[in-house]
Design a protein around this ligand. Structure first.
Ligand code: UTP
Length: 234
């Protein structure tokens, strides 16, 4: 079975804390898990940002604020596990070794953040490398990687395809517009570059986009890969 790591932004999985947001993802993920070995990394979303802001207001340092963010990502991961029931391993993996161990059961493995000074983008990239994933998918609130922030700049153009080096250049700002929409963090960019694992960035606000991309090979996002071929086709 091919392995796919899916990075699910918190704002995508729980745009608001309501069960229907999670259950619509659960049904899609269960279907995908029938065909692929899947690993899901859940982000913190608005809840993490709120906790981090309050912690900073209270004088907490950045690392302490990050720890709170990690706790929220794990809380969201727990909710997803609750929704997936028997289809998921019952614990949130807290490191990459655990994730590999949990995967031995054949169940869906769910994890959140790991360590301060990064985001779950980095976790998903390292996890993909660690388990030898065939594909990494970043399901976010934008339908791809743009030349500028599409929410702020009407002239922003979507990249259909990028090489890992081009992605890294965009992230580090050494090419294209300085400060252009950095959809991924720097650790993620570096790991994607060194591992060569293809990345697909798509709009995850509708879980059907994830289903169509994985099960039918049709998507409207950005592909980051060394080869120009569609990474989803066998
Ligand atoms: P997210 O990965 O959700 O970050 O983690 P984000 O950038 O807010 O979300 P997206 O990518 O835009 O959807 C939430 C917070 O948790 C901490 C960071 O503070 C992060 O901002 N975190 C997360 C870590 O410190 N380490 C991790 O491994 C993961």
């Amino acid at each position: 079975m091919k392995k796919i790591v899916i990075s699910l932004g918190g704002s995508v999985l729980v745009p608001s804390l309501e069960s229907n947001n999670i259950s619509r993802y659960v049904s899609v993920l269960k279907k995908i898990a029938g065909e692929f070995r899947i690993f899901i990394v859940v982000g913190g979303g608005g809840e993490a940002r709120r906790y981090i802001r309050v912690a900073r207001d209270l004088g907490a340092g950045e690392a302490a604020a990050d720890e709170l963010g990690i706790m929220v990502t794990r809380l969201n991961a727990r909710l997803l596990i609750a929704g997936l029931g028997d289809a998921a391993y019952p614990r949130v993996a807290e490191n990459y070794t655990e994730a590999r161990e949990f995967a031995e059961t054949g169940k869906i493995v769910v994890m959140g953040g790991i360590t301060p000074a990064q985001t779950t983008d980095a976790v998903s990239a390292v996890l993909a490398e660690s388990v030898g994933a065939d594909l990494l998918i970043n399901a976010t609130s934008v339908n791809g990687i743009y030349s500028a922030d599409p929410k702020k700049d009407a002239g922003a153009v979507k990249h259909e395809r990028l090489t890992p080096q081009e992605l890294l250049d965009i992230i580090t700002g050494s090419r294209m517009n300085a400060g252009a929409n950095t959809v991924l963090d720097i650790v993620a960019g570096k790991v994607i570059e060194r591992s060569g694992i293809p990345l697909l960035v798509l709009d995850g606000r509708d879980p059907e986009n994830l289903y169509r991309a994985i099960m039918e090979g049709t998507y409207a996002g950005t592909v980051v890969s060394k080869e120009s071929s569609n990474p989803l086709l066998p």
